[in-house]
Design a protein around this ligand. Structure first.
Ligand code: HEM
Length: 398
């Protein structure tokens, strides 16, 4: 699993980019700076419209699914105090009906959200997922399947209980369904609609959407059980430093840094699954029950304590837009991460899948990847942690 530690910083950087994108979406402008989203007309630096016939609506010639040909040159001059200027810049008026949000006639931030949803998310996700697959293919081409250096011993060691394996698959199977049905929502219109045609695509997507909603709950249960069962094995221990210094032995078949039940790479997977799984679940439930939750105003005001300057006075619709964007960003990040996890659990490493399939692993596999754990369960003396980067020598097994 140590390959994870190689890509995590990369994924981390992309997360940061994603956060900055959200930040940008929430408070700034898009396009060539002409649309001031969260600013009052008085503060706006928007440029005046010049083209006749500009409209707030997408042009009627625009086809569904095509990049938005939204007009971006229709904002009034900063000094404009016309009613249209105020309306276009998202000023909230008073209404006498219970739904006070109806006081906003044109929600300018929606334009920025639409741009993100129909363009940036699609591109970011494609790069991330294809990039991960390409990196894994290159790694596989270079290293091949990581074999058990000493060969199989034919002696088995119990690795995961039935409950642990049930928990893993309770998380994994719904995740795969969520990933496929979710990716269909992002890419289906471009990739699957042309193949299936509108009617079949709409039927498939409609079933997919229901599956997506229901599978979310199984996934949440899986994550909760995973925390209960595995959190104690995923805390920092004295073997992690040596494991990191030696790249988990991923790049040299003769290096086998000792590790307990989970090595550092697996700990990263665990925490990424738990934390992003929790955030995905929360944002997913917020999308399922629109306008019931407002996660961003509180989060932004917390982040502002660390020098950010994020808007905290968000309209409910902005909360929804940010929630959708966050859910989309996290989901593609997690899909990329899990593709790498599935690779290492199957094609990438000989003997790994036995652990989750049968619950038992070959003893030589266990000694090469988790020698401190084997020593623990067999009552043998614990191996010394590696303290520096070592040159590999063939491992001796009895
Ligand atoms: C569907 C294909 C999948 C396969 C073949 C697979 C395979 C495996 C294997 C073999 C292990 C045990 C490694 C060991 O013995 O040390 C494992 C552990 C784990 N799996 Fe999966 N897995 C899959 C999907 C998932 C998904 C979708 C998630 C979460 C969303 C997930 C989360 C985890 C976690 C947190 C662990 C413990 C940490 C680790 O070993 O990396 N797995 N998986």
């Amino acid at each position: 699993m140590s390959f994870m530690s190689k890509i995590i910083p990369w994924v981390g950087c992309l997360s940061l980019v994603a956060i900055l994108t959200l930040t940008d979406m929430s408070q700034s402008a898009i396009g060539d700076g002409k649309i001031a989203l969260a600013e009052s007309p008085a503060k706006s630096t928007a440029i005046a419209p010049t083209s006749p016939g500009s409209s707030v609506r997408p042009p009627s010639s625009q086809k569904w699914g095509e990049p938005a040909g939204m007009p971006t040159n229709i904002l009034p001059r900063p000094s404009t105090s016309t009613n249209w200027g105020r309306v276009r810049l998202g000023t909230k008026g008073n209404v006498s009906i219970p739904n006070k949000d109806a006081g906003i006639l044109v929600q300018s931030a929606g334009q920025s959200w639409r741009q993100f949803r129909m363009d940036d998310l699609i591109t970011l996700g494609a790069w991330l997922i294809l990039g991960t697959i390409i990196i894994l293919a290159l790694f596989y081409g270079n290293r091949g399947t990581i074999k058990i250096s000493a060969g199989r011993s034919a002696r088995k060691i119990k690795r995961f209980s039935t409950l642990e394996r049930f928990t893993h698959w309770l998380t994994a199977v719904p995740f795969c369904v969520l990933a496929l049905t979710g990716l269909n929502l992002i890419y289906g219109r471009d990739l699957i609609l042309p193949i299936l045609g509108p009617e079949a695509f709409s039927a498939v997507t409609s079933v997919g959407k229901s599956l997506h909603n229901f599978m979310g709950f199984a996934f949440i249960l899986g994550i909760i059980l995973m925390v209960i069962l595995w959190v104690r094995h995923n805390l920092w221990d004295r073997y992690d430093r040596g494991w990191i210094l030696n790249g988990g032995g991923m790049f040299d078949e003769n290096i086998h840094p000792p590790a307990k039940k989970f090595n550092f790479g697996q700990k990263i997977i665990f925490w990424a699954v738990v934390l992003s799984g929790a955030s995905l679940s929360y944002s997913g439930i917020s999308l399922m029950f629109p306008f019931e939750f407002s996660p961003f105003a509180g989060t932004f005001s917390f982040l502002n304590n660390f020098g950010f300057n994020l808007p905290t006075n968000l309209e409910p619709i902005q909360e929804m837009q940010l929630t959708q964007a966050w859910h989309g960003i996290l989901s593609v990040l997690m899909v990329a991460l899990i593709i790498a996890h599935i690779y290492i659990g199957t094609l990438g490493m000989e003997g790994a899948i036995d652990a989750m399939w049968e619950g038992e692993v070959d003893e030589n596999w266990a000694r090469e990847h988790h020698s401190a754990w084997v020593a623990e369960i067999k009552g043998e003396p614990a191996p010394e942690p590696l303290t520096e980067r070592i040159q590999g020598e063939p491992t001796a097994h009895e």
